[in-house]
Design a protein around this ligand. Structure first.
Ligand code: FES
Ligand SMILES: [Fe+2]
Length: 413
């Protein structure tokens, strides 16, 4: 039996006990979505240990451009150096720990602590002389680095002292993403959705399309997801879809684009990167299927399907021929999550002339908002002290179970 009737009390949650008695392949108990103790454990075991998506390289194109990002107790500065390299540092001063950059986005020639004005170079080295007055050489007082990989324009960071191997993800994602030249893109729009739901509810929702038919008219019109679910029960439809996929893959190959279905489980990371066809008549994920921006980067032609990239626990992106849409998940508390939606277009595209937000945003902005409304409803329901988890579909929710199995395995490690 996958679902168990257990009613968590109001007292402090016993996190190891909860993790221990979870049934593999089954749903989570209430406390996983509501208890502050579980939330703290999620930060410790998942977010302070996994590779996380922080942002896009193209959002800091010039030397000195930076952005900051806060996850739980950790806050980083991601900055492009004079050499063009992107580096991440803990955003606190080596003197008495004051936060250095207060803004979410900015440009600086040097990083200056607001307290006593210790000054750091863009590569993190302390410039202020300290030897005489503090009896510590400034070379020992540089900003503390955070592990970072720039994977074809996607910036991933890791807060662990000993970050898990990420090479598999890099080697898979980089060549698939390369033609879209994300480094040469620009952020056309971004929005922060603050959702009253646990971060796992957000990700569970992303892992299934069982809910799509009744919620996502705009998304469904562009993608085969709903049909793919139906095909699980209709062999004839499955054969039809297989033929469409084979045709599309042959076309992707001929265009020099990698196709397919690559996913991997690494210790501390699960990622997936695969290109899927869009509905007939749709060259991109727009309301009517027609392009909403010029071709991105080195994409050879319209209709390159959509390249889906997913990294547990905090990132997904759909990359079309003309624009990409990403989600970066930041857990705030047991029942609150901030999700940044980011729309990229080619760096040379000009708003008004080459694209307009009213055409670019609707499919994903509406899909996002539709999802957040469901997620908030689920959070309210699972918070009931009488909540009893129900069963998962063996077919249409197996990826939800897979996500939770990954989560539990990380919690157990
Ligand atoms: S705390 Fe930064 S200069 Fe003193
Ligand atoms: Fe959805």
């Amino acid at each position: 039996m996958n679902y168990v009737s257990t009613r968590a009390g109001q007292g402090g949650a016993d996190v190891p006990g909860l993790v221990q008695r979870h049934n593999r392949g089954g749903p989570l108990e209430r406390a996983f979505y509501t208890a502050p103790e579980v939330f703290e454990a999620d930060l410790r075991h998942i977010f302070y240990r996994s590779w996380l998506f922080a942002g896009h390289a193209c959002s800091i194109p010039q030397s000195g451009d930076y952005f900051t990002w806060r996850v739980g107790s950790e806050m980083i500065i991601v900055v492009r150096g004079k050499d063009g390299e992107i580096r991440a540092f803990h955003n606190f001063c080596r003197h008495r720990g004051t936060r250095i950059c207060n803004d979410e986005h900015g440009h600086a020639r040097k990083l200056v602590c607001p307290y006593h004005r210790w000054t750091y170079d863009l590569d993190g080295k302390l410039i202020t002389a300290t030897q005489r007055e503090f009896e510590v050489d400034r070379s020992e007082l540089g900003l503390l680095p955070v592990a970072l990989h720039n994977v074809a324009g996607l910036i991933f960071v890791n807060f662990a002292d000993d970050p898990p191997d990420f090479s598999d993800a890099i080697e898979t994602i980089a060549p698939q993403m390369a033609p879209h030249a994300l480094e040469k893109c620009k952020v056309a729009h971004s929005v922060d959705y603050v959702v009253k739901a646990n971060w796992k509810i957000i990700f569970e929702n992303n892992r299934e399309c069982y809910h799509c038919p009744s919620h996502h008219d705009e998304y469904n019109a562009a993608t085969y997801d709903v049909m793919r679910d139906r095909a699980l029960f209709e062999p004839k439809l499955q054969a039809e879809l297989d033929a469409i996929t084979a045709d599309a893959n042959a076309r992707f190959r001929a265009l020099g684009l990698s196709e397919g279905n690559v996913s991997s489980e690494m210790s501390g990371a699960y990622f997936r990167c695969h290109r899927t066809p869009l509905m007939k008549g749709y060259v991109t994920q727009s309301l009517d299927g027609s392009p909403v921006a010029p071709l991105m980067g080195d994409v050879p032609e319209m209709d390159t399907g959509t390249l889906r990239t997913t990294l547990f626990p905090n990132f997904w992106q759909h990359t079309n021929c003309d624009h990409a849409v990403a989600a970066r998940i930041t857990p705030i508390s047991a029942d609150e999550t901030r999700i940044r939606g980011i729309w990229l277009v080619d760096g040379k595209a000009e708003e008004g002339r080459d694209y307009t937000l009213d055409k670019l945003l609707p499919v994903w902005d509406q899909t996002n908002r539709q999802d957040w409304a469901i997620c908030e409803g689920q959070q309210i329901g699972v918070s009931s002290r009488h909540y009893v988890p129900g069963p998962f579909s063996k077919y249409r929710e197996r990826n939800v179970a897979h996500f939770l199995d990954w989560y539990l395995a990380e919690m157990q490690r």
